[in-house]
Design a protein around this ligand. Structure first.
Ligand code: NA7
Length: 535
C-alpha cells in the first residue's frame, strides 16, 4: 500500500477549500501532523471549480474571508464589494502561502474511501489513484455545494455539440462568440452566468424548470476611502457577525412589520432592494416565518420583474410560483431580467413545455426543437450530503455512511456522526452552514473540533464518537426548528428536493449562528455529553 506520507498522521483533512485550509492550519499550528487531500490542482474548493462567467460570491468580500488573523485581515485588500471567483481564488492561494500550508497540501487527490480499523483505531483514507493514507482522525471539509448534479435527461450523452457545466467550467475559459447556446438551470449559477453568456452568444435559450427570486447585486469597486473605513471597522464588523444569526453584521428593518403602515413597509423593501444583494430576503424579521410578511416581499419583487421584462408572458414565466421568497437561496444578478428583453434570448418554461430528450443537435421539448452548438448545465449540486456520501466511508461496525443516511442525514451538531469515531464533518448537515457565512461557520467548527481533540488528548481518550441518541435528538431538533418557518414549503436543495430519490428533510440548522455557537458551547461545557469518549 503506497503511503506517501510514510506513517501514521494525526489527521487527514479532506478538501482544501476555506474550511479545509483553516482546519489544516490549526492542526499544524498545534503541532499535529496533518495533510489535506484535495481533488483540485489548487486551493479554494468550490472557488477552484466554479469558473463560469460571472461567478461571484453573494456574501460581501469583507465578511466572506477569514477572521482568525487580524494582520491577514488588514494586509489583504479586497477590490470589490462582492468578490469574483478569480479574486477569491487568489485570496485562498495567498492564505496557503502565508500560513505555510503548501508542504501539507496534496492536490489532484480525490478521496473515494475512508475505512476505520477497529483494532488500532486508525482510519485508512484512499484516493481514486490508489494512494493510501493512515490517520487517527479524519476531518471532512468536503463542502456543502460541491458534488455537481448532472441530470439524467433522456439522450443526454448523444449531444454532439460542446457540453459545459457551471460547476466544472474549463480553466482556460470558453469563447462562445457566434454560438447558439442553451442553458439548463436558473439558480444562482445560471442567473449569474446568463447575462454574460447572452453578451457573447449568437443566440441563447434558457431552459427553466423553476423560476427563482433574484435581486440586483449592485456591486462596486472599493475606493481607497472605502477600504480605509472598512479596515478600521473590521473589529466591530466581526464582533457583530459572531453575535449574528447569519455570520454577517446585517440586521433586519428595526421596526416590526405589523407595527408600521403600508407606506413605510414599501419604503423598507425599496431601501433594501436599493442596497442590493441577498439581504432583501430578510428585510423584516420573521419574513421567512410569517406568510403575510413573505407575501408582501414577494409582491414587491414580482412587481420589479414586470417593470423590467417587456413581454408579459416572459415576465409571468420568470415569476416564481413554487416557494415563499427566501426559502430557496435568493439569487443576485447583474442584468438578469433585462437579458430577456434581447431579441436573441428566449426562455423555455419547462413546466409548460418539458424536455422530451436531448438530441445530437440540441434539446427537444414538447413544443419544438432547439438547435444548439453549446449546452450548459447550471443544474446545481447534491447539496450538503452528496460530497460525503459519494465517499465510501465505513465505520468500525461495518456501517457505510451512504447507507446509514439513506433515510436522511444523522449528525450531532452537524459535526459528529454516530457509528464513525474520530471523524468530523465541517459545515455538515445539521449545522447552519449554507444558511450563513460559511467562512466564519468553518472557523467556529474547526476551533470547536480542535478543543475537543485537545480535551481527548489531555484525558487520554483515543476515540471520540457522537452518541446515537444525541444525534437523533439533535436531528429531530433541526427538523422541528425548520417547521417553525416557511422553509419546508419550498422544493429546495436545502430539502434535498432537487435530487431524484433523495429523502426530503430540511438539512441545515436554522437556529442561527449565535444559537448554534451556544449549543456547541453547551456541549463542551457538559464535558462533551453527546459524545462517547474512550479508548
Ligand atoms: P441551484 O440553485 O440548485 O440551481 C440549479 C438549477 O438547475 C435550478 O434552477 C434547478 O431547477 C435546475 N435543474 C436541476 N435539475 C434540473 C433538471 N433535471 N431539469 C431542468 N432543470 C434542472 O444550483 P446553483 O449552482 O445555481 O446554486 C447553488 C448554490 O451555490 C446557490 O444557492 C449559492 O448559495 C451557491 P429547480 O429549482 O430544482 O426546479
Amino acid at each position: 500500500v503506497p503511503d506517501p506520507d510514510g506513517g501514521l498522521l494525526d489527521t487527514v483533512v479532506v478538501g482544501a477549500g476555506f474550511a479545509g485550509m483553516y482546519a489544516l492550519h490549526r492542526m499544524l499550528d498545534s503541532g499535529r501532523t496533518a495533510v489535506a487531500l484535495e481533488a483540485g490542482h489548487g486551493v479554494g474548493g468550490v472557488w477552484y471549480w466554479n469558473r463560469y462567467p460571472g461567478a461571484r460570491c453573494d456574501v460581501e468580500s469583507v465578511d466572506y474571508s477569514y477572521s482568525f488573523d487580524e494582520t491577514l485581515q488588514q494586509d489583504w485588500v479586497w477590490s470589490e464589494r462582492y468578490a469574483t471567483q478569480p479574486e477569491i481564488r487568489r485570496y485562498c492561494e495567498y492564505v496557503a502561502d502565508r500560513f505555510g500550508l503548501r508542504p501539507h497540501l496534496r492536490f489532484g487527490r480525490r478521496v473515494d474511501r475512508a475505512h476505520f480499523d477497529d483494532r488500532d483505531a486508525v482510519w485508512t483514507i484512499g484516493t481514486e489513484d490508489g494512494e493510501r493514507y493512515r490517520a487517527r482522525h479524519v476531518v471532512l471539509a468536503t463542502g456543502s455545494l460541491s458534488a455537481p448534479n448532472l441530470p439524467d435527461l433522456p439522450g443526454r450523452d448523444s449531444f454532439e455539440g460542446e457540453v459545459l457545466m457551471t460547476a466544472q467550467w474549463p480553466a482556460e475559459g470558453v469563447d462562445l462568440t457566434g454560438n447558439r447556446v442553451g442553458v439548463i438551470g436558473t439558480g444562482s449559477s445560471g442567473i449569474q452566468a446568463i447575462p454574460l453568456i447572452a453578451e457573447a452568444a449568437e443566440s441563447l435559450t434558457v431552459f427553466q424548470r423553476s423560476a427563482n427570486y433574484t435581486v440586483p447585486v449592485l456591486n462596486h469597486e472599493f475606493t481607497d476611502d472605502d477600504w480605509e473605513r472598512l479596515q478600521a471597522g473590521y473589529p466591530d464588523r466581526r464582533a457583530a457577525s459572531w453575535r449574528s444569526g447569519a455570520g454577517s453584521p446585517h440586521t433586519a428593518y428595526p421596526k416590526d412589520f405589523w407595527e408600521i403602515d403600508e407606506q413605510e413597509r414599501e419604503a423598507a423593501f425599496a431601501a433594501r432592494w436599493a442596497e442590493g444583494g441577498v439581504l432583501f430576503g430578510k428585510t423584516f424579521d420573521r419574513q421567512t416565518v410569517d406568510p403575510e410578511i413573505n407575501r408582501a416581499a414577494r409582491d414587491f419583487a414580482e412587481r420589479k420583474i414586470r417593470e423590467i421584462v417587456r413581454d408579459p408572458q416572459t415576465a409571468a414565466d420568470l415569476t416564481p410560483t413554487d416557494h415563499p421568497i427566501g426559502t430557496k437561496r435568493i439569487c443576485t444578478d447583474r442584468g438578469y431580467y433585462e437579458t430577456f428583453n434581447a431579441d436573441h434570448v428566449s426562455l423555455v418554461n419547462l413546466r409548460r413545455d418539458p424536455i422530451v430528450e436531448v438530441t445530437p443537435w440540441g434539446v427537444k421539448t414538447e413544443e419544438g426543437i432547439h438547435e444548439l452548438d453549446v449546452l450548459v448545465y447550471a443544474t446545481g449540486f447534491d447539496a450538503m450530503t452528496g460530497a460525503l456520501t459519494r465517499i465510501d466511508i465505513v465505520g468500525p461496525r461495518g456501517d457505510r455512511l451512504a447507507d446509514t443516511w439513506s433515510g436522511g442525514p444523522l449528525t450531532y451538531l452537524g459535526v459528529g456522526i454516530p457509528g464513525f469515531p474520530n471523524l468530523f464533518a465541517l459545515n455538515g448537515p445539521g449545522s447552519p452552514s449554507v444558511l450563513i457565512n460559511m467562512v466564519l461557520a468553518a472557523e467556529q467548527q474547526v476551533d470547536w473540533v480542535m478543543e475537543l481533540l485537545d480535551h481527548c488528548d489531555a484525558h487520554g481518550h483515543t476515540r471520540v464518537e457522537a452518541r446515537h441518541d444525541a444525534a437523533e435528538t439533535w436531528t429531530t431538533h433541526v427538523d422541528e426548528l425548520s417547521r417553525t418557518t416557511l422553509f419546508p414549503e419550498a422544493p429546495s436543495w436545502y430539502m434535498g428536493a432537487n435530487i431524484e430519490g433523495k429523502k426530503r428533510v430540511f438539512m441545515p440548522y436554522i437556529g442561527g449562528f449565535k444559537g448554534y455557537i451556544d449549543k456547541c458551547a453547551e456541549c463542551r461545557d457538559n464535558d462533551y455529553a453527546g459524545f462517547v469518549l474512550g479508548s
